[in-house]
Design a protein around this ligand. Structure first.
Ligand SMILES: Cc1cc2nc3c(=O)[nH]c(=O)nc-3n(C[C@H](O)[C@H](O)[C@H](O)COP(=O)(O)O)c2cc1C
Length: 357
């Protein structure tokens, strides 16, 4: 895949775990231990990692915009490489899925347009009383046209920092209702400038970001995650499937290494039509990764059908540090504990046993 030789086809899907050390949202030795335990993945894609302070949407998620964060990530990549693994950083700007309590200067989160995500909450630590709680997202402030190049530049800088920190490449988080996805969708992007309107214009932000990152680190080190069939985060859009197919064509022209299709965010798992899978293959010639409630058996089937080249596993990797070995050995899998997915320390993070422990 791209510049990498992968030993098999089981990828670790990106998963936010909200355990960056504080203050400063800095990856720590604990995070390095977690990823190193999972170095047997064909490729690890990290948790969403904010490209800027403005790109943050949940408490205790790591960033890649300060020196301390870069040095923290360098510990993680060293630990993974020492175990023979490969690791990409997932670059993230949450757009409207945030809250002023998480934003620099207490300002409103930004988005393509002033459309609030209905029924969406984010996890914050209240600076007044230190309490952790979920709060509803607010109506975001629409980005001014002249602010857009600055965000594109933040993605580019984060990609450069990722390579400096020892990552093998980056994945642009264009899925699940965050900033890039908010630009793609006709329901969240009501702009009248060259970044909004028809599909071609809605794809432009993603294209500008991908172009900038490809120019910075080369196409073979860049992947893009998209989620045409996910509707969580209040992003249902009747125009999204053709928009994503157009995006796939544009990303093919840039030569990015892979497209990573998120087919389920949690249990929101619609059936993906075969026609879509075939169309995607026609429009994009690079590697296709799929993710979302795959079992080893379903994964085997989709690989045989030729609709994907790699399959990413989320919760199964979270609970089974040695997932590929376990599957190869036909051993039963540990069950994930949702109570320890976000926040906390070692428990539910680095204490899932290997099959040979
Ligand atoms: C705890 C948790 C955190 C997640 N965080 C992210 C994230 O940061 N970025 C992302 O693109 N997807 C994220 N996802 C979605 C996963 O990458 C994956 O698509 C989803 O879990 C479905 O795959 P699975 O059924 O194999 O778990 C997260 C999922 C879980 C369970």
């Amino acid at each position: 895949m791209g510049a990498l030789q992968l030993p098999h086809r089981m990828v670790m899907a990106p998963m936010t775990r909200s355990r960056a050390s504080q203050p400063g949202d800095v990856p720590s030795a604990l995070n390095a231990c977690y990823y190193a335990q999972r170095a047997g993945a064909a490729l690890i894609i990290t948790e969403g990692t904010q490209i800027s302070a403005q790109g943050k949407g949940y408490a205790r998620t790591p960033g890649l915009h300060t020196r301390e964060q870069l040095e923290g990530w360098a510990k993680v990549t060293r630990a993974v490489h020492r175990r023979g693994g490969r690791i990409f950083a997932q670059l993230w700007h949450v757009g409207r899925v945030s809250h002023r309590l998480l934003q620099p200067g207490g300002r409103l989160p930004v988005a393509p347009s002033a459309v609030a995500p209905r029924g969406v909450q984010v996890f914050v630590v209240d600076p007044q009383d230190g309490a952790q709680r979920f709060v509803p997202c607010e109506t975001p402030r629409p980005l001014r046209r002249e602010e857009v190049p600055g965000i594109v530049a933040d993605f580019r800088t984060a990609a450069r920092r990722a390579l400096q920190a020892g990552f093998d490449g980056v994945e642009l988080h264009g899925a699940n209702g965050y900033l890039i996805d908010q630009f793609l969708r006709s329901t969240t992007n009501l702009r009248r400038d060259e970044y909004g309107g028809d599909a071609r214009r809605r794809v432009r932000f993603l294209h500008d970001v991908a172009q900038a990152v490809v120019d910075e680190i080369g196409p073979q080190r860049v992947g893009v995650r998209l989620s045409p069939h996910v509707t969580l985060m209040d992003v249902a859009d009747p125009e999204i499937v053709p928009t994503i197919l157009l995006a796939a064509e544009r990303l093919d022209a840039l030569g990015v290494a892979y497209l990573h299709m998120a087919e389920a965010d949690w249990d929101d798992a619609p059936t993906v039509p075969i026609a879509f899978r075939q169309e995607l293959r026609q429009r994009f010639r690079g590697t296709v990764i799929v993710a979302g409630r795959y079992t080893p058996c379903r994964a085997e089937a989709i690989l045989h059908e030729g609709h994907a080249d790699l399959v990413a596993f989320g919760r199964a990797f979270l609970a089974n540090p040695d997932l590929p070995e376990r599957v190869a050995a036909g051993r039963p899998l540990n069950e994930p504990d949702p109570g320890t997915f976000f926040g906390g320390g070692r428990k539910g993070y680095v204490d899932y046993p290997r099959h040979d422990a």
